[in-house]
Design a protein around this ligand. Structure first.
Ligand SMILES: [Fe+2]
Length: 183
């Protein structure tokens, strides 16, 4: 894949904006963590170039959401940023990266959770499937976004504590990734 993820971000973000800085900084942190996870499953031959681009682009949809703390003043709720990013990347011909976008929110969102909680999302499973989708979703959970430099990496117990309120199935999915991606 020959594509420049930063160039693609710049189609939608002013490169001097706070939102752009947040995305790039967060993307780099996710990329570093994702690279380590990928090394630990090298036998599965994850596509490293794809992972690098996906780390930078997975949150591209945030500008369409109403999230002032990220300098984003769109109309949709934040939970929609995955599906919104997916639509943008599909329009740009990147259907594989689009799936990373829509499957990275939380630990992925099941169709049952979408129905049960009346989430403002299309009714389909949005759970990471490919090894690259799993790695980005996993790596993303270690870093919050705040626009003030590099937030420190969260501990696994802290992440599990945060996932607890979304139900045990979600915690179990994350724990299975811990086993898989931590050597
Ligand atoms: Fe995200």
């Amino acid at each position: 894949m020959t594509m420049n993820p930063i160039k693609l971000l710049e189609r939608y973000y002013n490169s001097n904006s706070k939102a752009f800085r947040i995305l790039v900084e967060h993307g780099r942190q996710v990329a570093d963590k994702a690279r380590k996870a990928a090394e630990n499953v090298s036998a599965l031959k994850p596509d490293l170039e794809f992972i690098e681009a996906a780390a930078i682009l997975h949150d591209i949809g945030i500008f369409l959401t109403n999230t002032p703390r990220f300098d984003c003043f769109g109309e949709r709720p934040y939970i929609c940023h995955g599906i919104l990013g997916s639509e943008l990347l599909k329009e740009n011909g990147h259907s594989g990266l689009a799936l990373v976008c829509e499957r990275h929110v939380g630990v992925g969102i099941s169709i049952e959770d979408i129905r049960r909680h009346h989430l403002p999302l299309p009714e389909r499973d949005m759970i990471p499937v490919s090894i690259e989708e799993q790695i980005i979703c996993y790596a993303d959970k270690f870093f919050s976004k705040n626009g003030n430099g590099r937030p420190s990496e969260k501990s696994i117990p802290k992440i599990i504590g945060e996932l607890n309120r979304y139900g045990s199935e979600n915690v179990r999915r994350f724990e299975s990734w811990v086993k898989k991606f931590e050597a």
